[in-house]
Design a protein around this ligand. Structure first.
Ligand SMILES: [Zn+2]
Length: 176
């Protein structure tokens, strides 16, 4: 049985820097974590989920291969990301910050190198929406949320909703 659940805005796990994983010594931990993360992702109908959103500060995120073209990949462990291309504004949301959708500026291209669930290294070139999803999830590993990338004016406009979320999901768990 596993009990990891989605962490919400206000949770400390969402604000910490995550540590690298060791695929040989931590395989069991990684396997159960991925099971829990996939359960959360599919329950919430999300495009992606980063480990801190399930309460674990480790460098792993998943993207939904049924929704995004990922050449068969979906699990990204110890990812490295390089962004390039043009800067594009598009709407973004986050499972951990329900009800807030805002335009966020991101690079149109992501070059990503990571390990898969078996510890094998792979590289992917991602464009547009998929590149954006990877950048969003990568930010989570650094303790960065998409709302951090908004202008001061937009931040002020969502401040009330953010404090409502904190109230509804005290300590990062749903209470109301
Ligand atoms: Zn997110």
């Amino acid at each position: 049985m596993s009990f990891r659940s989605l962490e919400y805005y206000g949770s400390e796990a969402l604000r910490k820097q995550s540590r690298e994983l060791d695929c040989s010594s931590e395989q069991d931990f990684i396997d159960t974590l991925i099971i829990d993360m996939k359960r959360i992702l599919y329950t919430e109908n999300g495009l992606g989920l980063a480990a801190p959103q399930s309460g674990e500060n480790v460098r792993l995120f998943i993207l939904n291969p049924e929704e995004l073209d990922l050449s068969g990949h979906g699990v990204f462990i110890n990812p490295r990301i390089q962004t390039s291309g043009t800067s594009i504004k598009d709407e973004e949301g986050c499972l951990s910050i329900p009800g807030i959708f805002e335009l966020v500026k991101r690079s149109s291209h992501s070059s990503i190198t990571a390990l898969d669930q078996t510890g094998r290294s792979f590289s992917l070139e991602l464009d547009d929406y998929v590149a954006r999803a990877a950048q969003h999830e990568y930010d989570h590993l650094e303790g960065i949320l998409f709302i951090d990338r908004l202008s001061p004016i937009r931040k002020r406009l969502i401040r009330k909703r953010l404090s409502e979320i904190k109230e509804e999901y005290r300590s990062g768990k749903r209470i109301l």
